[in-house]
Design a protein around this ligand. Sequence first.
Ligand code: ADP
Length: 274
Amino acid sequence: MEISTRNLEFKYHVNTPFERLALYDINVTIPPNSYTAIIGHTGSGKSTLLQHLNGLLQPTVGEVHIGDVTIKAGIKEKNLRPVRKKVGIVFQFPEHQLFEETVEKDICFGPLNFGTPLEKARKKAKKAAQQVGLSEDLMDKSPFELSGGQMRRVAIAGVLAMEPEVLVLDEPTAGLDPRGRMEIMEMFANLQREQKISVVLVTHSMEDASKYADHIIVMHKGTVYKKGTPKDIFSSPKELIELGLDVPESIRFQLKLEEKLQQSIGKVTLSIDE
Ligand code: ADP
């Protein structure tokens, strides 16, 4: 399923003294089966944009196309329901939203809420738990007995149990240790490849953006500053540094290496041609 925005503009608290333009002139496409990273300084509009990807927020001006549903100002809540099922959002610290008595009940909550019969919902929960690497013996435990990393996995499984076509992740590894971070990031990368879903990742980590995404959107002051492949984006790290983004030495080093390699290939080709 494809998601695209057309001239999307969004204001918080329209027609009040607190009115604030948070997004303007946003034209982006999230192709099917892709992995897109959204990067940008705090306050650049990343969270506001991602909440438009499943209709949680609706444009003040312009449109968002999610599959065959068009979202614009004034759309009725009931027309948004199919979209909510197809696009799953994992918010920051999603474990804060756990509330059921058992892990299984928490993971089943979404499918049950969308009318899936209990036995089928339990099957979906089992599959989702496997996908996030939770062992079966945890299903009857209280989510609050688990470690922070496991609670995060339960919350993610709750989103996966809805079998979304697009998975939107807002800093999904915030607060995890390096090993937990890597495991979760690898899990999403495998899901994207194997289940043929799209992933949209909002991240502060340039390493994750360059490692996992095939497409990057750079946000700045409420609009798209640049978009392209990781190579397009990171080929001018100076520009990103000027936007206040933290481009790690490893990426700068890798770019220099690639440049040198290209130069030497150029020279070899030149001498063969000569
Ligand atoms: P980011 O996710 O990149 O940090 P946000 O989308 O949260 O950026 O914020 C974009 C702009 O919208 C900022 O200027 C922010 O202050 C403003 N903003 C975000 N949420 C609200 C809100 N609930 N009410 C008013 N302004 C908001």
